[in-house]
Design a protein around this ligand. Sequence first.
Ligand code: NDP
Ligand code: 8X3
Length: 257
Amino acid sequence: MISLKDKVVFITGASSGIGMACAEAFAHQGAKLILTARRQERLEALKEWLQSELNISSHIALLDVRNQIEVDTVVNNLPDDFRNINILINNAGLARGWSTLQEGSVSDWDEMIDTNLKGLLYVSRAIIPGMIERKDGHIINIGSIAGRQPYPNGNVYCATKFAVRALNQSMLIDLVNTPVRVSTVDPGLVETEFSKVRFSGDVEKADAVYANMTPLVAEDIADSVLFCATRPKHVNISEMVVLPTDQASPYHVRREE
Ligand code: NDP
Ligand code: 8X3
């Protein structure tokens, strides 16, 4: 197991769910965190908490990953002691809407493609060259089982996560002549704000996704990300699928009667 003490970890989507849980898990290992997302108050509260509870210093940056100029500006203006990024957690992402393709909303599609696919590309493009130069780095993408098997009404969200898996494989190939590692962690059902976002704040619909079963929690995925990051240098966990025990596939979920 390698130590994460003083490693610089850049997290997208650190204001909620899996990204926030990763921040906490990596902070417990002594990592230095760059926390990014669009919601400033959440990032500030997290930074304060990490400092007061764990004595961990972090840098926060407001970032909409859909904006390539903003991405480059954030990456190129990091404080000196956060400049050499060791680990990138490409986590920011969302599902928006629930309908067949023929009835889909083009603006929902754009939001998902711009965030989950183009955003991940912009951030990776900005950070990977420095990792290659320093001969050290690890990119951990948060994919999904939706990127392995499409499900009804998931069309474009699933397509973006299929794309994340394709990019994970491409990054592996493109970086094989470097020491930079590439992993994807692909969760099944995790109870976060994900479904509230998907159903635009409809709590009843969101709660129904996790009804009468035990979903994963964000900390379970943070634990898996941490596992990938702490393997010895010659070991790369290229893909990890993490499901609740109550789930076998997007179609098979055990629910209590
Ligand atoms: P949450 O909704 O709880 O968190 C999503 C995070 O992404 C938030 O911090 C949000 O921050 C950030 N985000 C969204 N859009 C943008 C943007 N344009 N720019 C920057 N940050 C953005 O959901 P999860 O924690 O569950 O989701 C995290 C990842 O996990 C996503 O990629 C999702 O697809 C994936 N996933 C989730 C599963 C689940 O069941 N929950 C299962 C499989 C994968 P803010 O709004 O402040 O910008
Ligand atoms: C999120 C998991 O099954 O709701 O990617 O699509 S699922």
